[in-house]
Design a protein around this ligand. Sequence first.
Ligand SMILES: O=c1cc[nH]c(=O)[nH]1
Length: 432
Amino acid sequence: MHQSSKPTSVPRWLRNEKKGSLMDLTFHNITLPSEPGQAFDLGVHGGKIVEMKAAGTLEQGDKALHLNGRIVLPGFVETHIHLDKSCILDRCQMKGGLQEAIAEVVGLKAAFTEEDVAFRAAKTLRKCVLKGTTQMRTHVEVDPVVGLRGFEGVKHAIAEFAWAIDVEICVFPQDGLLNNPGTDELMVAALKDGAGSVGAAPYTDTNPHGQIDRVFEMARDFDVDIDMHLDFGSDATSLDVDYVCRKADEYGWGGRVAVGHVTKFANMSAHRLTALSRRLADAGVAVTVLPSTDLFLMHRDHTENLSVPRGVTPIHLMAAEGVNCSLSTNNVLNPFTPFGDCSLIRMANLYANIAQIGRREDMAGCLDMVSSRSAKLLNLKDYGIQKGAPADLVVIDARDATMAVAELAQPMYGFKRGKPVFTHALPELHSH
Ligand SMILES: O=c1cc[nH]c(=O)[nH]1
């Protein structure tokens, strides 16, 4: 059943209005992950944050929320998710790893219509919004099989949810660019028609560096950022990332390039990973890890024993060397990842668990990788809780960032530009 994107009414907890205050909405006694140990009050007016004061010092607005020290974020930021091919599990045979997943979707996407894509993308977007995501980059594939139908369908879904989430489309050649005539023209058409960034999957072409070259040209022609699927495999002897760093230097695109998955890095020595991290930091190339997909697809050929390697790159070690790193969802209910509740707090928790992170500050760092670091990767200018910023605010049921990750704390209330977006009521016990 397709559920409407629009809220049915003003939530109950916002109805007790007082009229004529200086502010539309105030938040009392909140904690910010960036300022642990301090409590604040926040004032919102006209969709923006207009006041930020020590807790207990701000007068109530027309509507007020008392939050008892809970943390507030400017929302989660999804840097890498495929809306166009989400929610197709019921059509899939689930034959295996990466190549099988790519092949299975090729077989299915011939039958994708704009309406079908729009419906599924909206279903996924709705879940993302309800899990507290306020900003997103979605990878959308174009090629002669699907044409621009995926792109158009995703655009419909984005328009439907524009009141709740900002979404940028990253157009990319999932089934090859140089090997797949017609794809280049479709990518250019999508970039002319509003795609906000350009992606790649160089391992789908016989000349991976040729694909990288062409994608850098497109980025320069359209003045957009680049976000590639890269070094997806388990053998770290040959990597494309050095070439991407060289191109980022050559084009002066530092800070505008991200690479995703990079599962090959999980198979290197700590010494080599440190050297590589310094190179990425120097070139301004960011890294995204997609823990759910990487765990699901990697090392399927490991038959020696039952102890399958994880295949998830330890980006907290890369972040410590100065690389900007994010965690993201990637695929939802399809052959690449047959799971998905669209919860970024779950990705942060999953990553902390498999990366064996236990120290408080490292656990808190995982929250940054689904929020502030992700916003930096997307070059979002207005992201943050400060005066003048848009009032995109998500209340989490935890009192600090570490516990939010440790306990998989749920978003309770969400706001976009000061307007309520969702309520996630706390569960109640009924003792007897
Ligand atoms: O090429 C890839 C790899 C992972 N996930 C995708 O959707 N595509």
